[in-house]
Write a protein that binds this ligand. Structure first.
Ligand SMILES: [Zn+2]
Length: 100
């Protein structure tokens, strides 16, 4: 199933890895665009982000994460682990093979 992306009104950079973020996908309701205070995750590095009133993102702080349910935190942790596994596989595919 392909999910619909919503273009962000102001493309911005991930505060952790610097990747350009220009769209988001709402996993609960793909018709909804992000709103201030919504959480997001950078698919380039896994950093958990929060939308500001200007709909750019900032890094989620501990007090932001403390507001989340245990189920949501677990979902974010699983998404981060999956993202890191994919990045690891991509990095391994880029490494030249070493001869023994
Ligand atoms: Zn990032």
């Amino acid at each position: 199933m392909k999910r619909r992306e919503t273009a962000l009104p102001k493309p911005c950079l991930c505060v952790h890895c610097g990747a350009r973020l220009d769209a988001s996908t709402n996993l609960d309701n793909e018709e909804d665009a992000p709103e201030a205070g919504d959480y997001s995750m950078c698919l380039h590095c896994g950093c958990i982000l929060v939308y500001t009133p200007d709909l750019i993102v900032r890094r989620a702080e501990l007090e932001d994460l403390a507001k989340l349910s245990k189920e949501t935190l677990l979902l974010l942790m699983r998404a981060q682990a999956a993202q890191q596994a994919v990045q690891g596989q991509l990095a391994a595919m880029k490494k030249p093979e070493t001869k023994q």
